[in-house]
Design a protein around this ligand. Structure first.
Ligand SMILES: [Zn+2]
Ligand SMILES: [Zn+2]
Length: 351
């Protein structure tokens, strides 16, 4: 592979775990034959961005550029790229590369490929430099990792679909959530609010679990049939054994057994949040009703496109609050207090 040249783009980066994000510039590779260059319009702010910028997962290299939920327009592309044309509205999510040949890639589950590269925190094999995220002017990505954005979706509100959307859609589809089922969504944040919308659109009876009674009206507006305040022991006891499926989106420490006990026989609970410390599971919570506890990681490229098309058909996007690039540090502080309904999106023209 001949090494492509690099060009410089404006970005927002952190120079250390303690430093706020600030204006900078980073190198991107020039487009190779199979690459698409995307000029970025909108970028969602994911909780992972904050973990990464502050090195809370202990793999961050600095300077660190977060961001993995973008909508933009095709600016240029390589000679082998057939599926896009200049000006197309496209998206890029958490993945930018994989081997294309392993069993996971062949199954369209690139997120599990041993050689997959993430949008930030991996290595750009062409430049042998870290991959830099999309708090930036543009990104260059192999065409297979670029998604089509349906024309009827608001582009800014579609940005969070690329991570929060697929993270919640994939487990609901994998475990065949649909009509006649009672489905619980735990937590009403960036992930949870998408989980409620998708479970509702799939035809399930949706019950939202929240610690804040103040979220009831909003949860109903988003598609929840019932809202249960999880701190209320009586309300929780009344839910025992009634759920086919529970999607747990919470990344703060919490008691899993309380929720496992709400599942029917053979019911399944899926974790998509990532609490820092291990969570305790009582064997009896699983054994007594043959229940399962599972995990799920974003989704592969085919399923991400399927999710975007599902959103187009059902008119689903994220509820967002638009910010300027220079408001991102303040947005992180507000995100830590769950003070956002329900996803910040950066207007990248403000970079
Ligand atoms: Zn994310
Ligand atoms: Zn692979």
């Amino acid at each position: 592979m001949s090494k492509p040249q690099a060009y410089s783009v404006k970005a927002y980066s952190a120079v250390s775990a303690k430093a706020p994000l600030a204006a900078s510039s980073i190198p991107r590779r020039e487009t190779t034959a199979s690459d698409v260059k995307v000029d970025i319009l909108y970028c969602g702010v994911c909780h992972s961005d904050l973990h990464f910028a502050r090195n809370e997962w202990n793999f961050t290299q600095y300077p660190a550029v977060p961001g993995h939920e973008i909508i933009g327009r095709v600016a240029t592309m390589g000679s082998d790229v057939k599926k896009f044309k200049v000006g197309d509205l496209v998206g890029v999510g958490c993945l930018v590369e994989s081997c294309s040949t392993c069993p996971d890639c062949r199954a369209g589950l690139e997120q599990f490929c041993p050689e997959m590269a993430m949008t930030y925190g991996s290595t750009d094999k062409h430049l042998n430099l870290p991959t830099y995220g999309v708090y930036a002017q543009s990104i260059v990505v192999r065409d297979e990792f670029v998604l089509r954005i349906p024309a009827n979706l608001n582009p800014a509100a579609a940005a969070p679909l690329l991570c929060a959307g697929i993270t919640t859609y994939s487990p609901l589809r994998r475990w065949k959530v649909g009509p006649g089922q009672t489905v619980g969504i735990v937590g009403l944040g960036g992930l949870g609010h998408m989980g409620v919308k998708f479970a509702h659109a799939l035809g399930a009876h949706v019950v939202l679990f929240t610690t804040s009674p103040g979220k009831t009206a909003d949860a109903q507006r988003l598609g929840a049939n019932e809202v249960v305040v999880s701190k209320d022991e009586q309300q929780m006891a009344a839910q025992a054994g009634r759920f086919d499926f529970i999607l747990d989106t919470v990344s703060a420490p919490h008691d899993l057994n309380t929720y496992l006990n709400l599942l029917k026989r053979d019911g399944n609970m899926v974790l998509v949040g990532a609490p820092e410390k291990p969570l305790a599971v009582a064997s009896f919570s699983l054994i007594m009703r043959r229940r399962s506890l599972s995990g799920s990681l974003i989704g592969g490229l085919p399923e991400t496109q399927e999710m975007l098309d599902f959103c187009s058909e059902h008119n689903i996007t994220s509820d967002i609050e638009m910010i300027r690039m220079d408001q991102v540090n303040e947005a992180y502080e507000r995100m830590l207090k769950s003070d956002v309904k329900y996803r910040f999106v950066i207007d990248m023209t403000s970079l």
